[in-house]
Write a protein that binds this ligand. Structure first.
Ligand code: HEC
Ligand code: HEC
Length: 491
């Protein structure tokens, strides 16, 4: 990653967009609701835990205040303005798993977004080219810079990547009318595409460290042309694309725009946003345990204050993220062997959103991570510094203790390089992290339980295994997806 700046972010008043009146009004509304029923008071098990009625009254009021109605999944085709094209999605699925998209033929999208880990990364920091073709904890090769987040539900994200650098200016990924902004060289040139995910699909294939490798001579455009030529030379892809696009049927070559559209279409089929919290929001009070209900009340209350960043209303599409970047002072781990450019004097830091804005004040900021299906992840945070969900939650509630206790020995040896400094991060840590929250161990248990309530059972790896094709049109063998690795025995 270069230190490229992102002129449009600075030139427009994005902060003002996010603080638009609707959100302020809602906060005021939420405040009124909160003071009316006092959910900021402790709700430990001994107090109201047995009184399901009171928990339900408080939680359902909070969910309504935060516009969580449990119906976002059915919004996909409404927002798309059409049905998902099953034939195009099927080509996209094959391409997602096909190593033909990698000029070195040793990686695919699924190599870093594996179905065996709910389309997350199998390792804490991605391994791109020069890997051993395993997708699991035994994946080996030089590490890149960050962890690959899940592509499940990414269709609803108005900003993509850990620093939000791919952005729909309308704050609606289905709406390109205000433009899609990418860092140079793409800039706003991908705004012609129908969805932000189609724009995103232009980028991994040209990354030398992720999929392209270092041998091919040419720029990003040359790489995409070469990939399109290779795909076009495979009869099954030509047949499948011809069924969707009359121009290809009439003889046009497959171009990268069509490849990207197919990859996006496949990802539309990866929406999994029907979790117990949604069943509850739709009226099934038995969908959550008492602990999950207490956790939800904490999450949306001021004592834990998770809702300050993990928002559900408006442009957040009920994804539990404000899609803004914040500095939480996450431990800066460093691979022993990397082919990426780390930051700082020790070459062991990641300056995060500063790369996008060019503003040193944005150093160490990363995008608030959407939380649906988080419990299925093998690692947490932008660099997978944590391997237990509870530790990721505790990092938020007491960053000082968390950093004091942190040891990279919880990670595989390949990620135990010299860690980056802590103090520069703490010097500019987000205000909400600057003071530890007063939460008990029971509160933390409840918050973790609530995280589990955000898991759609259909996003579990076992239910995604059937998406792995038996074979792909290039004839290249599939990678080895290890369904037995991951999920350490923490929480
Ligand atoms: C070498 C590993 C690797 C490969 C291969 C890869 N990705 Fe990713 N992907 C990542 C990483 C790492 C990120 C986050 C990068 C960042 O934030 O800087 C990411 C981010 C994404 C996101 C954004 C998700 C979000 O929450 O914002 C999408 C969508 C995505 N990738 C789709 C794809 C597609 C489609 C392909 C294949 C064309 C692909 N990826 C190939 C590693 C990979
Ligand atoms: C100040 C904004 C903010 C607040 C408040 C906040 N978070 Fe986060 N959260 C983030 C950001 C930013 C990340 C990603 C940080 C990174 O990777 O560097 C994150 C990551 C997470 C993750 C890991 C997600 C993943 O995919 O790796 C979990 C779990 C989480 N938050 C839960 C919570 C809970 C529970 C609370 C309340 C106790 C909370 N958060 C409060 C901003 C916030």
């Amino acid at each position: 990653m270069g230190m490229s700046t992102h002129p449009l972010i600075k030139a427009t008043s994005r902060g003002a967009t996010f603080l638009r009146p609707g959100r302020l009004a809602l906060s005021a509304f939420a405040l009124a609701v909160l003071s009316a029923c006092g959910p900021d008071e402790p709700v430990g098990p001994g107090q109201v835990g047995d009184d399901g009625g009171e928990l339900d009254a408080r939680l359902s009021t909070l969910l309504a205040a935060h516009r969580l109605d449990g119906r976002i999944e059915e919004q996909l085709e409404v927002k798309l303005g059409r049905s998902v094209d099953e034939r195009l999605a099927e080509v996209g699925r094959l391409l997602f798993f096909d190593r033909v998209l990698s000029l070195t033929e040793d990686n695919s999208c699924a190599g870093c977004h594996g179905p065996n880990v709910s389309f997350n990364d199998a390792v804490s920091i991605s391994i791109g080219v020069d890997n051993n073709l395993i997708v699991g904890e035994n994946r080996q090769g030089p590490h890149n810079l960050r962890r690959a987040p899940s592509v499940v539900n990414a269709a609803f994200f108005p900003r993509l990547m850990w620093d939000g650098r791919f952005e729909a200016l309308s704050l609606d990924p289905f709406d390109n009318s205000d433009g899609f902004v990418f860092p140079p060289p793409e800039g706003t040139s991908l705004s012609r595409l129908d969805h932000l995910l189609a724009g995103q699909a232009f980028t991994p294939v040209v990354s030398r460290i992720e999929m392209a490798g270092f041998d091919f001579v040419g720029d990003a455009g040359d790489i995409r042309s070469e990939i399109a030529t290779r795909v076009d030379a495979i009869p099954e892809y030509r047949e499948r694309f011809a069924e969707v696009y009359p121009a290809i049927d009439a003889g046009d070559p497959i171009d990268y725009d069509r490849i990207a559209a197919a990859l996006a279409e496949f990802q539309f089929t990866l929406v999994r946003a029907d979790a117990p919290v949604d069943w509850y929001a739709r009226g099934d009070t038995s969908a959550l345990t008492a602990s999950q209900k207490r956790g939800g009340i904490l999450f949306f209350g001021f004592r834990a204050a998770c809702f300050e960043c993990h928002i559900t209303e408006g442009y957040a599409n009920q994804m539990f993220s404000d899609f803004k970047s914040h500095n939480l002072a996450v431990p800066q781990i460093r691979p022993v062997t990397t082919n990426a450019d780390f930051d700082g004097p020790g070459d062991n830091e990641d300056f995060g959103f500063e790369h996008v804005s060019g503003d040193p004040g944005d150093r160490y900021k990363f995008r608030t991570q959407p939380l649906r299906n988080v419990a299925y992840q093998p690692q947490f945070m932008h660099n997978g510094a944590y391997v237990c969900l509870e530790d990721a939650v505790r990092h938020h509630t007491d960053v000082f203790t968390s950093l004091d206790n942190y040891s990279n020995t919880i990670l595989p040896t390949s990620l135990r390089g010299p860690m980056g400094p802590v103090q520069p991060m703490l010097d500019r840590v987000h205000g909400l992290s600057a003071v530890p929250r007063e939460l008990t161990d029971d509160d933390i248990d409840d918050l973790v339980a609530f995280m589990h309530a955000l898991s759609d059972p259909d996003a579990h790896p076992d239910r995604l295994a059937s998406l792995i094709p038996a074979e792909v049109p290039s004839g290249l063998p599939l990678q080895d997806f290890d369904f037995n690795s991951s999920s350490p025995s923490c929480n």
